[in-house]
Design a protein around this ligand. Sequence first.
Ligand code: UDP
Ligand code: MN
Length: 276
Amino acid sequence: MFFAVTDQAFVTLATDDVYCQGALVLGQSLRNHRTSRKLTVLITPEVSSGIRSVLSSVFDEVIEVDVLDSADSVHLALMQRPELGVTFTKLRCWTLTHYSKCVFMDADTLVLCNVDELFDWEEFSAAPDSGWPDCFNSGVFVFRPSLDTYNLLLQFAAEHGSFDGGDQGLLNSFFSNWARADIGKHLPFLYNLSSSSLYTYVPAFNHFGRDAKVVHFLGATKPWNYKYNLQTKRVMQDDTASGSFHQLPFLGLWWNIYSASILPLLEKLQKMEDSD
Ligand code: UDP
Ligand code: MN
């Protein structure tokens, strides 16, 4: 029996056409594993109209929001990741008050199985960050949309900024009791397995990794930065990928979905645009 749950949604964010590729693969992976929840993508004005139409064939809702920038260039420069300022736009997800509960997922995540049980968790639930486990990683989290919370977050951002210049620092300061208050709000690491940091504890990955539910391609090099051979169905590791430790099997999964389900949509779009 399949029951659609219409007041809960998976939510992601893509501020440009490049990140939309990730959002499309994520959305398709949720569809492939038959989620019973709605799929929502937040976009900003920069996203092209063609990509918007492709997004709407995978997502139930494509919602345009304005960019929210941390304008915290000093912190971001420290992190060598100037593009992360726009991740403050993530806070807009709290404005989706037509849902009672949502799961936010970064556009660089991929689900490996049905993960609808994530909705059993409460706000604010997230998995530990592999670099600093007393912080949560903000790539996957359970939340309840609320304009009150949204306004408190904006106020907090204006007063305190973010210790890493992005949404993760801000959210960790805002939900600062996450580490110790309630272990029930710690998602298992399997729901936000960072594909680049697995090498830090290889025996654990070998032992538990087969149960991975969500892979997160965090870091500067994303799956769409690799080259893929459509004939051999292999990800090519060359100079563009140097310094990156993403696990090849997970990259292969991402590219399988991209080539099987997303490329045909983009090619159809290209043909329509060429004939105009
Ligand atoms: N994001 C975006 N445009 C950007 C940068 C980030 O839409 O230019 C969104 C996207 O959903 C992305 C999330 O913000 O997955 C967090 O950024 P990213 O995944 O690059 O950070 P990391 O997980 O590598 O720390
Ligand atoms: Mn990410």
